[in-house]
Design a protein around this ligand. Structure first.
Ligand code: AMP
Length: 296
């Protein structure tokens, strides 16, 4: 249980590992529990909901904002990724973040004695193999690597990840388990706009017309949930129905639609265990993902 805050602290922005360590080491000695929210910035209400959840489990909140180059599959996706650092600092401070960690790539991936960066990487486990891992080779190795670096820098007691990136959450849980990391991982529910679209930093790249097409994603998920609630129990029929619904939009290209076991992410053959429906689709060159629990 987190201690109550009786003083209003000013949020501090830090860009170096040394300063972050110094601050957090001193704090840890007071017995404070450290909560951590890793992000790539361009903060929206989805990110802030993670801050609110972390607050319930920690005394001191660290939010990192770092667009991690090694988890991108295309240079243009990396370069076009929205960056709104000043607004992010304001939003973080208002939400109760105590330390805003905003490192450079030089800081995160130092050059080794052979002149190379990013020499050592963490290989993601078996949960990374399908879904986004199949469409984006190396993506989850990049995610696991940066999360490991960040965990080693921040050494949090608890870290919060969004269910919006459902596979990422499960991959991180698997990594923490496999490497005996002491960090407790919490999952936070997906926050949506009032029209149903899951909040995402990439939504900033959508035009009004793109958004119209993007809405087919959440609508198809909600429809599938309804159909299963009414008794449909054939995963493959649900999958085909979702693909058909998505393909009604002429401005959307399906990357994948999968029904999987909600813990292991293995392909769901029945509804005897909790089933998660996951979708990835492109609107022009913007790749969006979303998911929903169907049963369980
Ligand atoms: P990102 O900045 O996209 O890397 O996301 C940072 C964290 O925020 C990840 O744990 C995401 O899963 C989470 N997140 C992103 N969008 C949402 C959302 N709409 N609802 C809840 N969590 C989210």
């Amino acid at each position: 249980m987190a201690r109550s805050r009786n003083t209003i602290q000013m949020m501090k922005t830090v860009t170096t590992i040394v300063e972050t360590r110094e601050l957090l080491d001193a704090l840890r000695k007071t017995g404070a529990r450290i909560g951590f929210i890793p992000t790539m910035g361009a903060l929206h209400d989805g990110h802030l909901s993670l801050v609110r959840l972390a607050k319930q489990h920690a005394d001191f909140l660290v939010l990192s904002s770092y667009v991690n180059p090694i988890q991108f599959n295309s240079l243009s996706d990396f370069e076009l990724y929205p960056r709104t650092v000043e607004e992010d600092q304001g939003r973080s401070a208002d939400a109760g973040v105590d330390l805003f960690f905003h490192p450079s790539t030089e800081e995160m991936y130092p050059v080794g004695d052979d002149g190379e960066r990013e020499r050592c990487k963490v290989k993601a486990g078996s949960r990374s193999l399908g879904l986004c891992g199949a469409s984006r080779p190396g993506h989850f190795d990049g995610v696991c690597t940066v999360v490991t670096l960040l965990f080693n820098i921040v050494r949090p007691d608890v870290a919060v990840f969004g269910e919006k990136d459902f596979q990422q959450l499960r991959v991180i849980e698997e990594m923490v388990h496999d490497v005996h990391s002491p960090v407790t991982i919490l999952g936070a529910p997906t926050i949506r706009d009032s029209d149903g679209l899951a909040l995402s930093s990439r939504n900033l790249r959508l035009t009004a017309e793109d958004r119209f097409h993007a809405l087919y994603i959440s609508k198809s998920l909600f429809h599938a949930k309804e159909v299963v609630a009414k008794g449909e129990r054939n995963p493959e029929r649900v999958r085909k129905m979702v693909i058909e619904n998505l393909e009604r939009s002429k401005g959307l290209r399906v990357d994948y639609v999968e029904l999987v076991h909600a813990e292991t992410l293995r392909s769901a053959q029945s509804f005897d265990t909790p089933v998660q429906l996951l979708v990835a689709a492109f609107i022009r060159d913007v790749r969006l993902i979303d998911n929903i629990r169907l049963l369980g």
